[in-house]
Design a protein around this ligand. Structure first.
Ligand code: DCP
Ligand code: MG
Ligand code: MN
Length: 354
């Protein structure tokens, strides 16, 4: 049983770590999710620790307390403060975080705008300091709240259920599926991630479907803004990003939508990638690397072909390798075979978190 915080010999440390955790929790980044998770784990461990911590080494020895947290505990022990809290609350951090909530704005742009004197979204709308937004960033600014809010699972399904018959009317043999957080069973989704492919046993492919689908979804009032249209809409491998909404509902909000098209043979590795979550993907890729493979959305590749002749080879997709770097496709058609070859016990999508 955890003790009451009041009786806890490390209460001051927990209070500071908790304050820092809350600041990270309020931020959207993947790094922040990690930190929130990691501080949460440390705090639980500290609540159960029966003695006053005296040193870095002692902090580090507690199960659940990582290196970075132990360093912060040491700082609190020595100074009574945690500088990182002040940093996380400083104006430049808060403002650039706000700016990075605009779709298409990264850290570099956010800091440029800050340096130009912009402090609020209104400053950006007015072009304070001469800042100019790209077309995509303008959309990101207009729909700032819609894009940053998550949608209920049921809304993702409702929109997908409108898209499916339109896609199948273009080609009834199309395979279309929602991936991402939806497939992992989450109660809310940041966007709708759609994977599209088509079997080729009749000699046909899904080439050309995306372009017709986008037109029809625009006509139906489901797609409302394009954010990124692939250069070659007829490529078997293409990613579209846009905003969609439930049509004919004046109050419906704009939601982010991604459509990923992949060749039929890559569907297993693509489903694995696109189901995530991103941290799970990182872990399984690392596992593949340790075993001498490399894993991406196109497949699991293995056994480096060593050839001392150092001849240059170009793949279909234009990547260049030397012979000794050539990688051989090991599996890509099903998720199951990839798990099996990597010796990872099967995990259902909802289990694929961290
Ligand atoms: N993905 C990844 N690495 C990234 C981005 C994405 O591995 N940097 C993979 C894993 C994700 C999937 O693509 O689960 C879909 O990406 P999203 O950004 O849409 O993330 P989720 O659908 O998992 O979460 P959200 O509900 O926030 O959209
Ligand atoms: Mg998603
Ligand atoms: Mn997505």
């Amino acid at each position: 049983e955890p003790q009451q915080l009041g009786d806890c010999p490390n209460e001051d440390i927990i209070t500071k770590l908790n304050e820092l955790m809350q600041l990270h929790k309020a931020k959207p980044g993947e790094e922040d999710r990690w930190r929130t998770f990691s501080y949460g784990k440390s705090i639980r461990a500290l609540k159960n620790y029966p003695r006053r911590i005296r040193s870095f080494a002692e902090a580090r020895s507690i199960r659940g307390v990582g290196l970075k947290t132990a360093q912060k505990i040491q700082e609190i022990l020595q100074t009574g403060e945690l500088q990182r809290i002040k940093y996380e609350k400083s104006e430049d951090v808060l403002v650039t975080r706000l700016f990075q909530g605009i779709y298409g704005v990264g850290q570099a742009t956010a800091f440029q705008w800050y340096a130009a004197g912009c402090r609020t979204l209104q400053d950006l709308r007015r072009g304070t300091g001469g800042v100019k937004l790209s077309a995509v960033q303008k959309i990101g600014l207009i729909f700032y709240d819609d894009i940053n809010d998550r949608m209920p699972r049921a809304e993702a399904k409702a929109i997908f259920d409108l898209i499916t018959p339109i896609a199948l009317s273009i080609d009834p043999k199309l395979s279309i599926e929602i991936m991402g957080s939806y497939r992992r069973g989450k109660a809310d989704c940041g966007d709708i991630d759609i994977l599209m492919t088509r079997p080729t046993d009749d000699g046909k492919t899904h080439s050309g479907v995306l372009s017709r689908l986008l037109n029809q979804l625009h006509d139906a009032g489901i797609l409302v803004e394009d954010l990124a249209i692939p250069d070659d809409l007829h490529d078997l491998e293409a990613t579209y990003r846009g905003l969609c909404r439930l049509p004919h509902v004046d109050t419906s909000r704009r939601r982010r939508i991604d459509i990923l098209c992949v060749p039929w043979t890559c569907r297993g590795s693509a489903r694995l990638y696109y189901t995530g979550d991103d941290i799970f993907n990182r872990a399984i890729r690392m596992k593949a690397n340790v075993l001498g493979y490399s894993l991406n959305q196109r497949g699991l590749f293995g056994s480096v072909v060593r050839n001392p002749s150092d001849r240059r080879v170009k793949t279909n997709s234009g990547e260049e390798y030397t012979m000794w770097q050539l990688r051989v496709l090991v599996a890509s058609e099903t998720e199951e075979e990839i798990f099996k070859i990597l010796g990872v016990p099967w995990q259902e999508p909802h289990e694929r978190v961290r």
